[in-house]
Ligand binder design. Structure first.
Ligand SMILES: Cc1cc2nc3c(=O)[nH]c(=O)nc-3n(C[C@H](O)[C@H](O)[C@H](O)COP(=O)(O)OP(=O)(O)OC[C@H]3O[C@@H](n4cnc5c(N)ncnc54)[C@H](O)[C@@H]3O)c2cc1C
Length: 412
């Protein structure tokens, strides 16, 4: 396995860092104090990311998609600076489906997508179905040319500001169905949720009450028709060979994993790198601080117990990063091992970030607890990581099941 970055990956990371310092960092303090971004504020953040080619339109996607590690670099670096912005960008991924949507939806939404002004969200969790999403109650029942959706989704990142929701529901036979719900066309209600960290990230509960969603918004149908039609060639380029895709490892992953587990493999790898980003920010702040602050007549950095803390923080940060890129590489190459790897990486790195941020506070002493410094935010932001996209406990159970086999599943 080669984990060194190529020259172009290094260049991307450098220009991303420069962009984040110049365009994103100045927004952080005020918006975190103010609370969840409203729609206009969220759009402004997305428009800024468009300037460096980050978005879900065909052009940006093929640029980012041509390099598997670029997505990891984006997650790590953006979380290092502002997790709320990273969540907004990352969880907008359902907007990418507009590229393969039915023609009328595409005509309506493509211009917005190309300007990076389309916000998405992904809704699977329900008030009574968190870790155990098999018990979800939201239903989508076919009625002529429409699905009628009823149910409540909770803890949905971006829900209050999203134009599009990738909804997971149960169909009339109790099977899983994925629908792309356009809020303007199929109105639903949303309420805000407030939380410990990621204060500026809009998060909410969604209420579907007899919400009518066009039948053609069934995502599996959209994907199937994109695979057989010419649309995929348009998106992937003229050289794209659908036959090769059918025999690819990715197709095998589709055959061996439920679609939501494929989505989780990417989200969890991304979360591991997000955690590495927060850990790095906390470590960087600590290194600077212990060189400047003196007690007992010498810099803190010359105290052995402080150096031990730095050792631990560095080891946790580097391990998180390596696990994250390893899992991401497996997911991008369609390797079924990605399920185990992404759970291992997510579980480890998110707990590690809590530890690193806590140690960083300790190293800073009293000012580590002050809201005049970013340390307390790093800690709150890190503490958020161990719950979304599967709690640490669930990651351990997924790894256990993947190591031991289906008959040993402790959660099903
Ligand atoms: C900030 C934030 C953003 C989120 N964004 C999204 C989003 O965009 N879309 C979305 O669909 N969801 C989202 N979620 C929801 C998230 O995925 C769930 O919160 C998570 O899966 C846990 O579900 P729960 O909160 O209902 O906890 P529960 O499932 O009720 O778990 C409570 C506790 O019990 C433990 N537990 C549960 N089962 C077991 C078991 N078998 N063995 C041992 N321990 C167990 C858990 O680990 C946890 O510690 C988000 C959550 C948060 C906090």
């Amino acid at each position: 396995m080669d984990f060194s970055f190529s020259d172009s990956q290094k260049m991307f990371r450098e220009s991303l860092r420069e962009f984040l310092e110049k365009e994103i960092a100045p927004l952080v303090d005020e918006q975190e104090k103010k609370g969840p971004m409203n729609k206009e504020e969220a759009l402004e953040v997305l428009r800024r990311f468009r300037k460096i080619g980050v978005g879900f339109d065909v052009e940006s996607m093929s640029e980012m998609g041509s390099d598997p590690l670029a997505i990891g670099i984006l997650a790590e670096e953006t979380f290092r600076v502002w997790p709320a912005a990273a969540g907004l960008v990352g969880l907008t991924f359902p907007a990418a489906l507009v590229n393969i949507a039915p023609e009328d939806m595409r005509d309506r939404l493509l211009p917005k997508l190309e300007r990076n002004e389309l916000i998405g969200c992904y809704a699977i969790t329900e008030p009574e179905a968190g870790s155990d999403n098999q018990t979800m109650r939201t239903t989508a029942v076919l009625d002529g040319d429409f699905y009628v959706v009823n149910g409540t989704k909770t803890w949905i990142t971006n829900a209050p500001v999203a134009d599009l929701c990738l909804l997971v529901a149960k169909d009339e036979r109790g099977g899983r169905i994925f629908l792309l719900v356009e809020r303007e066309q199929s109105p639903y209600e949303v309420s805000d949720l407030h939380k410990l960290g990621w204060k500026a990230a809009p998060t909410g509960e969604i209420y579907f009450e007899d919400c009518r969603v066009p039948r053609q918004n069934n995502v599996m149908d959209m994907v199937a028709s994109a695979m057989t039609g010419s649309r995929l060639k348009e998106i992937m380029g003229e050289d794209f060979d659908p036959a090769r895709l059918a025999n690819s490892r990715f197709a095998k992953m589709l055959g061996s994993m439920a679609p939501e587990n494929i989505i989780f493999a990417f989200l969890r790898s991304g979360m591991a790198l997000a955690a590495a980003g927060i850990s790095q920010a906390a470590l960087d702040a600590s290194i600077t601080f212990v060189k400047e602050r003196s007690q007992f007549g010498k810099p803190l950095g010359r105290m052995q117990l402080i150096q031990e803390k730095l050792y631990n923080m560095k080891a946790l940060t580097v391990t998180s990063r390596l696990l994250g890129y390893w899992a991401l590489q497996l997911a991008m190459s369609g390797d079924p091992e990605a399920r185990m790897a992404s759970s291992l990486a997510k579980g480890y790195a998110c707990e590690a970030a809590v530890q690193v941020a806590s140690d960083a506070i300790q190293v800073h002493g009293g000012i580590g607890l002050s809201d005049e410094y970013p340390l307390e935010r790093y800690f709150r932001d890190a503490r958020m990581l161990t719950i979304p996209d599967g709690t640490t406990e669930i990651q351990k159970l997924v790894v256990g099941r993947e190591l031991l086999g289906k008959g040993f599943s402790a959660y099903a």
